[in-house]
Structure formats: structure tokens, C-alpha cells
Design a protein around this ligand. Structure first.
Ligand SMILES: C[S@@+](CC[C@H](N)C(=O)[O-])C[C@H]1O[C@@H](n2cnc3c(N)ncnc32)[C@H](O)[C@@H]1O
Length: 324
């Protein structure tokens, strides 16, 4: 809770909120998984719009779960009964749901990456704008922090992760500068080392020079890309006909994984139908998933209001009715 009695979710506008709420407005009654609960902005808006849904929200950050308890207390009794928050990583979603007796989903939402409160809480070490110890762990009970990556990884490994996680053009130069400047203990010190490693002419364009390095290190610390495809596949396997999945990603590496998993779901289901091998060879099995037409990016107005939303990319799919 912040000053003035407002919840953080009432201050931070959830990304593409209108589009997300409409996407799930027509799914069948049942359970919706919010795999990245954050400040529960999407979760509560979906809950209010669709009276037949129970929302199970999970987040690996205890700060989000503590906030979710405040959100639950602020809801009316009927809505509060339809909202459950659990501290977990989304690759454990099927287990979490199983323990709640849930085997089928009407929908699932993944709003990937870091939340505004994580960025804005200085001592979490996610931001290059405020000085803090190098941390960046979404789950503070885990052991690998940004300090270990910055001070213990060799230069080749750092260069490789800057390239893979943030398409950083100056990956090798930055990695060499980090290794030369050790020990590096704070976010501002790291930001200064990175800025000095980037050619002066390039520093003036494309946002803060340390932005990509911070993103790449955060993704490494939280193994964000490693668990994404299996998590999406596991959750999609639980979604029932006419149920939907929506994913908001914030950089090309993430979006590539989402696109591949969704494409694979579409393509797999349109292979020749092996259940009826004597059917005409051109006959294909009914599609199990179809893409949902939806805006790909936030509107210009939203991007102006909320610059953090500007890199968002939305993809959504619906499970088709399968004839018995
Ligand atoms: C962009 S925020 C979500 C914001 C949320 N949709 C809202 O309306 O407030 C992403 C959240 O996902 C969480 N998160 C990221 N990766 C996760 C993972 N693998 N498992 C569980 N939570 C994760 C982060 O801790 C963060 O709180």
C-alpha cells in the first residue's frame, strides 16, 4: 500500500490492459492462470470483467505476493473468493495448480519480464538510475545475483550473454571493461563502466547506454529465457477448447521463443491426420490452436503515457473445439 491509500496496481497501468481484458472476456467459465502476477493489475481487471473466472496468480517475487494479499483484501467478498495468489516460478505452474485440484484452464496470461515496482525499488538493484548493490534477483531466496555475474563470470561468457539476451553490439568491449574494472559492487558503478566502454558517438542515441547490459544481466540472473518454452507448452497443454493464452514479451529473444512455441502448436495440429490414414492425403487433422487477431503493440497513446510499455509485443492463441 502506498501513501494516499492507493494500491501500487492502481498507480502502474498494466500493459495493453484493454486488449488483454477483451481477449479473456469470452473464454469459458473456469480457471485463468496469471503466470506473472506482478501488481495484479491484469488479474483484477480480468476478474472484474468475467464473473465466471477464478484467477490463480503466481509470481516468483514475494513482494508481488504480499501485494496480492492487500489486493485481495481490497476486493469485495465475492471477487476475493475468486482470486488466489501463490509464490512460485511459472515452470512449476502445473504442480501449483494440481495442488489446488485444478487440471484444466480457461486461459493463461504471461506478462514477461520485470515489474515497475521491481525497477522502482532502489535496493533491488534492477535500475541503472539509482545506486544500489548489484542484485536483480526476482526471488530473493535464490543464490545467483548480478554481483556474481559481474564479478565472477569470464569475459567470453559475459560477452555471449550480452549478445544473446540484449543484442548488444558492443558486447565484447563491455565485457572486457567489466572484467578490467573489478570489483564492481554497485549499479551506478556498473552503469559508469558500461557507459565508458561504449563509443562516445553511439552513447548519445538509443536510450541509456547501460540499458541493454542491465537487461542482459537480469535475464541471466533469473534464467528468464531458459524456462520459457517448456513453461508455455506445459500451460498450453492444460487449456481447454475455446480457452486462450496471451503472452506479452519485451524484447526480441523472448518474443522469438513465444513465436516458435505458438507456431509449433499450430503446425503440429495441421499435420496429416494419422488417426485416419486412408483418408485423402491432402486431408489434415483439425487445427488444435488458432491465432487470435489482436493488436501487436500498445497504441501510440499508451506508449506516450507509459514509455515502459513501448517495447511490448502481444501474441495470443485460442484452443479450437476438437471433434470427438
Ligand atoms: C511485467 S510484471 C507483471 C505485471 C502484471 N501483469 C500486473 O498487471 O501488474 C512481471 C512479473 O512476473 C514475475 N516473473 C517473472 N518471471 C517469472 C517466473 N519465471 N515465474 C514467476 N513469476 C515471474 C516478476 O517477478 C514480475 O512480478
Amino acid at each position: 500500500m502506498l501513501a494516499g491509500g492507493l494500491l501500487m496496481s492502481e498507480i502502474h497501468e498494466p500493459v495493453m490492459i484493454a486488449e488483454i481484458v477483451e481477449l479473456f472476456a469470452i473464454v469459458p467459465n473456469g480457471v485463468l492462470l496469471d503466470a506473472t502476477l506482478g501488481m495484479a493489475g491484469h488479474a483484477t481487471a480480468i476478474l472484474r470483467r468475467h464473473a465466471g473466472l477464478h484467477v490463480v496468480g503466481i509470481d516468483r517475487d514475494m513482494m508481488a505476493i504480499e501485494h496480492a494479499i492487500e489486493v485481495k483484501n481490497s476486493l469485495g467478498d465475492a471477487d476475493a473468493r475468486r482470486f488466489t495468489a501463490v509464490h512460485a516460478r511459472f515452470d512449476r505452474a502445473a504442480d501449483v495448480l494440481g495442488r489446488l485440484g485444478i487440471t484444466r484452464l480457461s486461459g493463461a496470461l504471461f506478462d514477461l519480464g520485470v515489474s515497475s515496482p521491481q525497477l522502482d525499488t532502489a535496493d533491488r538493484g534492477f535500475s541503472y538510475r539509482t545506486d544500489a548493490p548489484l542484485d536483480m534477483r526476482m526471488d530473493r531466496s535464490e543464490t545467483l545475483s548480478a554481483w556474481h555475474v559481474v564479478n565472477e563470470y569470464d569475459a567470453d561468457t559475459i560477452a555471449e550473454l550480452l549478445q544473446r539476451n540484449a543484442d548488444e553490439r558492443f558486447a565484447k568491449r563491455i565485457a572486457a571493461a567489466i572484467v578490467a574494472a573489478r570489483p564492481i559492487s554497485s549499479t551506478m558503478q556498473l552503469a559508469a563502466v558500461v557507459t565508458a566502454a561504449i563509443p562516445a558517438a553511439t552513447r548519445r542515441s538509443g536510450g541509456h547506454p547501460a540499458k541493454r547490459t542491465f537487461q542482459a544481466i537480469r535475464i541471466e540472473v533469473n534464467a528468464e529465457l531458459d524456462i520459457l518454452s517448456t513453461s508455455l507448452r506445459d500451460v498450453m497443454a492444460m487449456i481447454e477448447p475455446r480457452g486462450r493464452i496471451a503472452v506479452l514479451s519485451y524484447h526480441s529473444g523472448e518474443d522469438r521463443i513465444v513465436k516458435n512455441v505458438m507456431r509449433e502448436a499450430e503446425v503440429d495440429s495441421s499435420r496429416p491426420n494419422i488417426a485416419t490414414p486412408f483418408a485423402h492425403p491432402s486431408r489434415t487433422a483439425p487445427r488444435a490452436w488458432r491465432k487470435v487477431r489482436v493488436a501487436k503493440h500498445p497504441s501510440t497513446a499508451e506508449q506516450q503515457r507509459n514509455p515502459r510499455a513501448s517495447s511490448a509485443r502481444l501474441r495470443a492463441m485460442e484452443r479450437c473445439e476438437m471433434p470427438l
